[in-house]
Design a protein around this ligand. Sequence first.
Ligand code: IPM
Ligand code: MN
Length: 354
Amino acid sequence: MQLKIALLAGDGIGPEVIDQAVKVCDAIAKKFNHDIIWLPALTGAAAIEAVGEPYPDETHQICISSDAVLFGAIGHPRFDNDPSAKVRPEQGLLKMRQMLGLFANVRPTFTFPSLIDKSPLKRERIEGTDLLFLRELTGGIYFGERGRKDNGHTAFDTCTYTRKEIERLAKKGFDLAMTRRKKLCCVDKANVLESSRLWRETVQAMENDYPEVEVAYEFVDAVAMRLVQWPNSYDVLITENLFGDILTDEASVISGSMGLMPSASVGADIGLYEPIHGSFPQAAGKNIANPLATVLSAAMMFEMSFGLEKEGALIRNVVDQSLADGIVTEDLVEVGAKAFKTSEVGDYLTSKIV
Ligand code: IPM
Ligand code: MN
């Protein structure tokens, strides 16, 4: 099969972790007789430097001419510490999500048996956790009207949702729940927010179409608590953009390292696959970042964009092996054991794909 993949390494540790995922994908392609055409393109701070824009049109053209996008990370401290910056790397990510119609962000959270003790949470709380967040990605407060009034002394951001936006996200949530343990939790703040009441109303109206799915409605503050108390009581959680952003960072603690959590953004035709960890500028260029989240994102790409289940499963399998054998970067290493470099972990994974 020919696979055309846009490669957006982005900023910070993005290029280093993407390099490992490329090595792994190339090994998979060789083993299973696929022909991958990589199409590198600029994004984020790197693109601002080169052409003054974080998601240039040329990059968009490359993305829409591809079957999938593999993405590293975006962000640079130079912009974080300058609230007056007119162009920010993150705007590129948001523009890309919107222009590619990526309205659903799938963020699984699971534990690895060999890493249970890496989590700051107690073993008995997290053992067996296998949940999946479905975060709405192109609406809500991220894309609502915002601005300043009162000579700049008042600022506002607005959260708007249409029934259609909620329905298409919820439909994906119900469909995913049907392939899993058939439990869906709608996370909202319907005791306060009108937009949340529309979420609840819309999801309630869809319940009849999915009689087998057990649906719960929980407030986001309570979910933030239960997520670390009883994470293994959840299956699929659907939620709006900002709540999903916050809760998925929290959920990554369950697995022991943010460096492990992959994600997929889907919607229209093209899927985008990226680690949830961000650009981690302190580690950039040091060859110490954990590449596993990006490698697992590539596994999701094989499965979700190309329907290549065996390829995805083999990637997961070699990731499990590297964890079991202790071939891990410094964020996961046991006290006193040797930490491996980003590229060494990539080489190990690749060597196991034969
Ligand atoms: C994420 C990130 C982004 C977001 C930032 C970089 C704009 O935190 O993908 O979760 O808030 O969506
Ligand atoms: Mn985030």
